[in-house]
Design a binder for this molecule. Structure first.
Ligand SMILES: [Zn+2]
Length: 277
């Protein structure tokens, strides 16, 4: 070591007794049952869902006593129990339970981000949702390679999300099975494009791209911003442009169609495409 250099001291263990893992970008406790992480997850859940007045102090007491260890446990709390437990007034206890239960329709992004997967915040899940992974089922089925192509993701984030969803599946299911929390899914309507995903590149002549994307969604299809496996069609008026998207589509065997073909798939005649809406 050069003179004057100092070793950077990193903590070697978590308070749960597990050795921390340094993956180069972050230092984390790999123990899925880590109590410190479990408590942090509960705090994250309450803040992500914006549950009012359910403070850290009461949460910590419920956690330390073992009464609330998972998000699902929160929804088994009754106001009677809380009033006795915390010796708070019955009205306050009732309010607390009501506050908790009134925030029962999180968006998919809020639900997943609330589970406190390292590095997977609201914005990241929203990006995945926008890329077509708009139900919990689709997110769970998504493969790492697919997620890695989402704008703002990458191999590491994709891997963390896949692993996090896998490890947390029992707790997520238990939370939903409690029957209070339901994800408000903005799932695409059923239609002729259900199960199909479209990506657009280059200029369209009869409509703006945003209109074409809205058309796909209105017919039940999904819109992707990048070309990856699972994409059904790349729509471009210039398939010979040699753009990266066209080349990638060709290499993956994805159908490349022009605007006119897209319009015929939509069964929309070009004259009426710009009308309406
Ligand atoms: Zn730990």
């Amino acid at each position: 070591n050069p003179a004057g250099s100092r070793d950077i001291v990193t903590p070697s263990g978590c308070s749960c007794g597990t050795a921390l893992v340094d993956d180069g970008t972050r230092l984390y406790c790999p123990n899925p049952g880590c109590p410190k992480k479990a408590l942090h997850r509960l705090e994250k859940w309450l803040s992500t869902l914006d549950v009012m007045e359910f403070g850290v102090t009461i949460l910590r007491r419920l956690f330390d006593s073992g009464r609330v260890r998972s998000i699902a446990d929160l929804y088994t709390l009754t106001s009677d129990e809380l009033a006795r437990y915390e010796r708070m007034g019955e009205a306050s206890a009732a309010k607390l339970v009501q506050n908790l239960r009134s925030r029962n329709n999180p968006s998919l992004a809020e639900f997943v981000a609330g589970f406190d997967i390292e590095g997977i915040g609201l914005l990241m899940v929203e990006k995945a949702v926008a890329a077509g992974f708009d139900t919990l089922g689709k997110l769970r089925q998504a493969r790492q390679e697919e997620l890695a192509t989402i704008d703002g993701f990458g191999e590491i984030t994709a891997a963390i999300l896949v692993e996090g969803l896998r490890l947390l599946q029992p707790e997520m299911d238990a939370t939903l099975d409690a029957g209070i929390v339901a994800i408000l899914e903005s799932a695409a309507p059923e239609g002729p494009f259900s199960g199909l995903a479209f990506c657009f590149t280059g200029e369209l002549t009869t409509m703006k791209r945003s209109r074409a994307q809205a058309l796909v969604k209105s017919l039940g299809g999904a819109v992707r911003n990048s070309v990856a496996k699972g994409l059904s069609y790349l729509v471009t008026n210039d398939p010979a442009s040699g753009s990266e998207k066209s080349r990638k589509a060709a290499s993956l065997g994805i159908k490349v169609i022009d605007e006119a073909t897209f319009m015929s798939l939509c069964a929309v005649d070009p004259g009426s495409a710009t009308a309406g809406r």
